[in-house]
Design a protein around this ligand. Sequence first.
Ligand SMILES: Nc1ncnc2c1ncn2[C@@H]1O[C@H](COP(=O)(O)OP(=O)(O)OP(=O)(O)O)[C@@H](O)[C@H]1O
Ligand SMILES: [Mg+2]
Length: 422
Amino acid sequence: MKVFVIGSGGREHALVWALRRSPQVKEIFSATSNAGIRQQTTSAAVAAADVRALADFAAQEKMDLVVVGPEQPLVDGLVDLLTARGIAAFGPVQAAAQLEGSKVFAKEFMARHKIPTARYVMADTAEDALRAISDGSFQFPLVVKAEGLAAGKGVIIAADETEARQAVQDLMVERKLGAAGNRLVLEECLTGRELSYLVFSDGKDYAAMPVAQDHKRAYDGDRGPNTGGMGAFSTPGLLDAALEAQIQRDIVEPTLAATRAEGFPFRGVLYVGLMLTPNGPQVLEYNVRFGDPETQAIVRRLDSDFAELALAVARGELSQARPQWSSDATTCIVLASAGYPGSYPTGKVITGLHEAEQLNDVVVFHAGTKLNATGEVETAGGRVLGVTARAATLADATAQAYQAVSRIHFEGQQFRQDIGKK
Ligand SMILES: Nc1ncnc2c1ncn2[C@@H]1O[C@H](COP(=O)(O)OP(=O)(O)OP(=O)(O)O)[C@@H](O)[C@H]1O
Ligand SMILES: [Mg+2]
């Protein structure tokens, strides 16, 4: 099998790693300078942001499968272009990707299909938004969301009316996130525990993934600014069976059925962001792809063949390739550049990568790295590495991952000390 992996971060390195374990995969292509991916794939000389060029490259190279990691190419219609060229693609078509690409679309979809979610109004002008803020239809805190993709920066939890008006000013008047703020969703603030629930879907059947716990804040004890994610762990028992059955029955199955009813059967990874409220699970958001760095922890628990699974998802044959998950635990610790999630330097040489991977069941995934002119691996992003370990217990996986981290060094590296220790 020839496989083309789209994307350039730690999530995509984890997918490359999983694909390489398949005896069916002969060659993997990628269009990124990520050093970890670069060392394990064939370089595709194509502009990574141009979906038409990516689809043409896949056709020209006669790929057997294209695995799409990030949301942007999905929202840009890459899977539609691949399908038109007869190439199997792991990921949803553009119409289904709107579940993530437009928060207005997602809310209206949930309303049409009575899928539990926070009460909301949509605003397409600043006047409408300000009216909804002050007319008493919502209490505070109030959640203000930019409609479009905003790399995690488009959601503001406004404590009072002043903050809510400021959010409208920033998103809609000053357009601080560009076109993502063309329309807004204002919604009630839900309370409870958050949970991400992910499934593979082939348009007919679905298969659940194990739950991973992420860590969004920069510092220990869940303090400091929000980040893309500073670590994750996965171990059996994170989700109680009755609650899981409720999530499947009340949310996942109605969502997938609704995608079929609306003519875009969902294929790929459906990621449901949930709030477990006193009134049951409610949808905070949909994503249409794997999370990062949860994927790094989750793929390390996959005991079956990922290439076979991804192809089955793409072809609508999931019933013939059910994933098998290990009962082992996995931990992923993110090493980030000094200053992340604010501004940070790049070009710091990384040492100890090989030494870290000498430890049992340790795999280091690259997120923001590149090879320099002398062939050394150096930092090239905010999140730099995802150091993962797998062991029979969470305590052992976590200890092993931290042992591996202690062997790696680059100037200014920062990481949380409390991943997997709660
Ligand atoms: N209605 C709500 N009530 C309470 N908290 C909320 C609500 N909506 C969103 N949040 C909080 O804001 C976070 C981000 O919201 P959401 O998932 O909609 O945005 P996003 O930018 O798409 O996130 P991601 O980058 O994870 O895809 C949620 O994880 C949750 O903590
Ligand atoms: Mg999202």
